[in-house]
Design a protein around this ligand. Structure first.
Ligand code: GRF
Length: 194
């Protein structure tokens, strides 16, 4: 199973996905692509021998479709079976999502359906939540709303800031995403075999 990963920044989740695939061989990381040519994750992927690509979304202004058309060139050339969004910070159009129908995953730093969108940790703190966490879900046209594939919860501790809570959740993201991807890939193979 060929897996491509989209990032926007440091790529700590991408790194764990690539390391898990390279350790167990349950899938092959075929491309890491970013909307930011300066994304630190691109060098981390290259250091692990994974092909990379970058398409600067800011070069396309508000023309989301034109940015996606450019991003699709290296992406489709890599012939991925599964597309993982990992710290990818651009909203994708329904047309793009439809191209990977049912085979696109994302990790979101909240216990969906709570707190879709941004600033999830601050919102949990402001609401006085006693727990927070992360969700891996299938990507659909509606932002942060597709079928949930896995979740991990962490306690909110007294004195937590968005930063301390984010750090606690990130540890769980790094454990959850490879686990869910492994299960998802196993399910794909089973369906294809079945
Ligand atoms: C993190 O805040 C994480 O919660 C979310 O995207 C951000 C960056 O992740 N998924 P990464 O280090 O680039 O994977």
């Amino acid at each position: 199973t060929r897996v491509a990963i989209l990032i926007s920044g440091g790529g700590s989740n991408m790194l764990r996905l690539v390391q898990a695939m390279q350790a167990d061989g349950f899938a092959q990381p075929v491309l890491v692509a970013s909307n930011d040519p300066e994304a630190g994750g691109l060098a981390r992927a290259a250091a692990l021998g994974v092909a990379t690509a970058a398409v600067d979304h800011s070069a396309f202004g508000r023309d989301r479709a034109a940015f996606e058309a450019e991003l699709l060139r290296p992406l489709l050339a890599a012939k991925p079976d599964v597309l993982c969004l990992a710290g990818f910070m651009r909203v994708l159009t329904p047309d793009f999502v439809r191209r990977f129908d049912g085979r696109m995953l994302n990790i979101h730093p909240s216990l969906l359906p709570k707190y879709p969108g941004l600033h999830t940790h601050q919102r949990a703190l402001d609401a006085g939540d006693v727990e927070a966490g992360c969700t891996v879900h299938q990507v659909t046209a509606e932002l942060d709303a597709g079928p949930v594939l896995g979740q991990a919860a962490v306690p909110v501790l007294p004195g937590d800031t968005a930063g301390t809570l984010a750090a606690r959740v990130l540890v769980e993201e790094h454990r959850l995403y490879p686990q869910v991807l492994r299960q998802f890939v196993a399910g794909l193979s089973a369906r294809q075999a079945g």
